[in-house]
Design a protein around this ligand. Structure first.
Ligand code: NA7
Length: 479
């Protein structure tokens, strides 16, 4: 298996619980936790409620907040891995560079030149993993400290400094909200204004935590309630309806809390709420209204040793430059190169953009499954139940193989095309196609996300759809 983040840990635990122990998780980094290991920036929180951002098989009754902070979430994933005895399966510091399917098995190569053989390959390499370094002239010449939000340099002091944040996605907003009162001057370089939904973040008091620990049914019920609410809201947001009206109005009312009309004008988006991934924050507008904070909307022209120069010729002098410029959402497992039994490579298969069979598999790549593959229902939903549904799907196939039902299986190109055709047909009319630039869009400008409710995705994966697979029985055996 590739990756020991949220979805890799999920798959590994599911394998163990099914009695399958002959597996290895290859992780390029020094620790488990994926995005929660990489991101350590000030103000980091998950914007999905903790009650719903957790595994159904390891519910945590002791979340400190409604929306808990990054380090607490990282501790949770580490503790699940430890409790389920994954240490003996995970090889840290092992970066996979390629895998070939040959002789009925996957041969997986790592950067140190080692080759491991496996009957199945499961990729759990995350979605928003590869930081985007913006193409700003002169960035390398900056005289102060400069780093991407996902590579935060904690040795750099911030108190009393002049700090710039480039980018106003969920990350930039969280950083600005946290740093505004801690630095001397903060400049937020905003290319596109964001709609911001204010949601309160409450503290779970010790009594309620103790109660949840004593009565596990409470945590289970809470999970279900939040899940249903998200299903109704997220699905409803996609097309016109009361959910979209409700959330749009909440965002508009929130914007009106910005008293300064000039600042409010700068912060007013020119597209519909939810076209870009919705930013959740109840402190951002307060933070940018502070006298030591400036929202700069002039285009960045270049960086020079003293700071950022905007298109109007103004030099913004800085000590620290934070790039909250997002991630390559189209990379998926690349640059890892896969080669199928007929010599077809992943680069060739994805030359026109990442496409998958029902978000989990690929034609021409037998016995290969993906977690968080193309068109998974990401957006503002919790990724944890998605990973669980996809892991359950892969597990069902692996168990079939262990029973001797088949030797190799890959989805047919026709079934994959049918699935992607259905996605394309459902996309017009969704809010993502309503006219904005976002990381939801693929290279052809079309949204590459799941155009229905997350519940429909789970229901789809409950059926293995074996008739849509090219199956070879030769060499199958009961194991
Ligand atoms: P996002 O949501 O991709 O946001 C990146 C931000 O960086 C966004 O405001 C971009 O502006 C801005 N950006 C990117 N490149 C540049 C350049 N060259 N110049 C100026 N501004 C730039 O990433 P986040 O890390 O905030 O969030 C990613 C996800 O992580 C989030 O959705 C959650 O799922 C968790 P743009 O809007 O493109 O004009």
């Amino acid at each position: 298996m590739l990756g020991a983040g949220m979805s890799g840990i999920c798959m590994a635990v599911k394998l163990k619980r099914a009695g399958i122990t002959d597996f290895t998780v290859l992780e390029k980094s020094h620790d488990v936790g994926g995005t929660w290991r990489d991101n350590t920036y000030p103000g980091l929180r998950c914007d999905v409620p903790s009650a719903f951002y957790q595994y159904t098989f390891a519910r945590n009754p002791r979340w400190s907040h409604g929306f808990s902070a990054g380090p607490e979430i990282h501790r949770y994933f580490r503790s699940v891995a430890k409790r389920h005895g994954l240490d003996e399966h995970i090889r840290l510091g092992t970066e996979v560079v390629g895998a070939e399917f040959t002789g009925g098995r996957w041969r997986v190569r790592d950067a140190a030149g080692n080759v491991r053989e496996a009957d199945f390959l499961v990729s759990a390499t995350g979605v928003l993993h590869r930081p985007v370094q913006p193409d700003i002239p002169g960035l390398d010449e900056f005289g102060g400290a400069a780093f991407h939000s996902a590579r935060w340099d904690h040795t750099v002091p911030l108190a009393g400094k002049r700090v710039a944040v480039v980018g106003t996605g969920s990350t930039g907003v969280q950083i600005v909200t946290r740093l505004a009162s801690r630095v001397a001057e903060l400049r937020l370089f905003q290319r596109t204004a964001q709609w911001v939904l204010p949601l309160p973040n409450w503290r779970n008091d010790p009594l309620s935590r103790a109660l949840r620990a004593r009565v596990p049914a409470l945590t289970a019920a809470e999970y279900e309630v939040v899940k249903q609410a998200f299903n109704v809201l997220v699905a409803g947001m996609l097309r016109p309806g009361w959910q979209r009206t409700l959330i749009s109005e909440a965002c508009r009312l929130n914007l009106r809390t910005v008293r300064d009309p000039q600042l409010r004008a700068k912060l007013t988006p020119d597209y519909q709420p939810m076209c870009k991934r919705l930013v959740i924050s109840n402190g951002f507008y307060r933070a940018v209204s502070r006298p030591n904070v400036d929202v700069v909307t002039d285009r960045i022209d270049h960086v020079e040793p003293r700071g950022i120069v905007t298109a109007d010729g103004r030099l913004h002098e800085l000590d620290v430059l934070v790039l909250a410029t997002g991630f390559d959402a189209r990379a998926y497992l690349r640059p890892i190169e896969l080669t199928g039994p007929n010599g077809r490579t992943l680069s060739e298969a994805w030359a026109e953009g990442p496409r998958a069979y029902r978000t989990v598999a690929l034609p021409d790549f037998p016995n290969f499954f993906m977690l968080m593959g193309p068109h998974s229902p990401i957006g503002n939903f919790s990724l944890v139940p998605i990973a669980e549904a996809q892991a359950d799907y892969a597990l069902r196939w692996i168990e079939g193989w262990r029973r001797g039902a088949y030797a190799t299986a890959a989805p047919s190109p026709e079934a994959t095309e049918r699935f992607n055709q259905g996605i394309r047909e459902a996309m017009p009319g969704t809010v993502w196609a309503s006219g904005c630039q976002s990381w939801y869009l693929g290279q052809d400008g079309q949204p590459e996300v799941w155009p229905w409710s997350p519940g429909r995705h789970t229901a789809m994966l409950a059926d293995p759809h074996t008739h849509e697979f090219d199956i070879h029985a030769e060499g199958a055996a009961n194991r």
